[in-house]
Design a protein around this ligand. Structure first.
Ligand SMILES: [Zn+2]
Length: 376
């Protein structure tokens, strides 16, 4: 019996749960929001700030790190954690989505995907096995299987074809992962998450989930959602996945980062989240607050002495007024991006903490309603 994921509390009215995921770099309490360090850094946020805001797990990206700085750097430095001086667990995305969305001259065959680097046009070939090897060099704690992404909307035929390849590739990745990690003592072994595709077709989503459950991976990543489909389609597809997954392993919704979407997904039993939007929007002057979104460049803040969010305990809200942030933003000062990024990440990490406490206390639905009433 595998105990890397332990459910501590289950909500009685919904599928929400509070759990602890044990990784080779420490514990992750779920539901969890993971800041994104695509290039080996969370944009405009220092390691000290990441620790202070309570980061338990971080996300990075195999495609980007493989192209730049390149794997020899990680071999020389003993992995990404040592390179970027980060202690906690890092989950790496396989690169399937980036090959699909960023690279040129993409050609998918049964064996893998040929693509040209978005940086210099150089040719590369990813296979499920190579992507496992790359994640070994990066040294992340949670690895993902190479998957095939489709555009949205996708025809059923395209979604089915991508799903067939994703399933085959996941099987190959799992075999290679097992061979590669068999010798590693249990406490030090990384984990492998399988990526579930199927576009907005609920029967394909269900099939993908069942297949991944049978494969015996350590956790499940739901990919290809929150990519432009309607909210109703997104939740229906997620529901089809959740109905077909075992309840004793973690589920990660890839790239989902609005607070209301996180609350709704946790209600269905999802445990892990990441998104670039909290930091990207911060750089555009948008802050998340318990009273809703706030655009710091708006004129009414010129003389406002209050913090972004009176309920927040981050370095930005403890020290600075909306008037000061508004001034920094208008003057094009990078400190505005830094402070609002830290705040937005802390806001989401705090939300997941509120969810955990509510699940433990049997008040999840009530807490969700309180949040939605104030936020939306
Ligand atoms: Zn704050």
């Amino acid at each position: 019996m595998d105990h890397h994921f332990k459910v501590l509390h289950k909500d009685t009215e919904t599928a929400a749960r509070a759990a602890v995921l044990t990784t080779n770099r420490g514990l992750v309490h779920t539901p969890v929001f993971m800041p994104v360090a695509t290039q080996g850094t969370v944009k405009a946020v220092t390691e000290r700030d990441l620790v202070e805001i309570g980061t338990e797990c971080m996300l990075s990206n195999t495609y980007h790190l493989y192209l730049r700085p390149g794997l020899p750097t990680f071999e020389k430095f003993g992995g990404l954690n040592n390179f970027m001086k980060h202690q906690g667990p890092i989950l790496t995305d396989s690169g399937g989505f980036q090959v699909y969305s960023l690279s040129r001259l993409r050609k998918i065959t049964d064996s893998g995907v040929h693509f040209a680097s978005h940086i210099d046009g150089s040719p590369h070939f990813f296979t499920p096995e190579k992507v496992i090897d790359y994640q070994a060099s990066i040294g992340s704690s949670i690895w993902t299987c190479l998957d095939v992404c489709v555009k949205n909307p996708a025809s059923r035929a395209d979604a089915l074809d991508a799903l067939k390849k994703t399933k085959k590739w996941a099987e190959r990745a799992k075999i290679h992962f097992d061979e590669k990690t068999r010798h590693i003592p249990r406490a030090e072994r990384p984990q492998l998450f399988g990526i579930i595709q199927g576009s907005i077709y609920t029967d394909l989503r269900a099939e993908a989930a069942k297949h991944m459950a049978e494969l015996g991976v350590d956790g499940f990543a739901v990919g290809g959602l929150s990519v432009g489909e309607s909210k109703a389609q997104m939740m229906e597809s997620l529901g089809a996945v959740m109905d077909n997954l075992p309840k004793d392993k973690p589920v990660y919704f890839m790239g989902l980062g609005t607070p209301e979407d996180i609350w709704n997904s946790v209600e269905l039993g999802v445990d892990m989240f990441d998104c670039v939007l909290p930091t990207r929007n911060a750089r555009n002057g948008q802050a998340l607050t318990s009273a809703g979104k706030l655009y710091i460049k708006n004129a009414p803040f010129k003389n406002d002495e209050s913090p972004l969010d009176a309920e927040c305990d981050c370095i930005c809200c403890r020290n600075y007024s909306k008037a000061y942030l508004s001034h920094l933003f208008k003057a094009g000062e990078i400190l505005a991006s830094q402070l609002i990024s830290i705040h937005n990440l802390r806001f989401l990490i705090n939300q997941t903490k509120i969810m955990r406490l509510a699940i433990a206390g049997g008040t999840f639905k009530q807490a969700k309603k309180s949040f939605m009433d104030a936020y939306l």
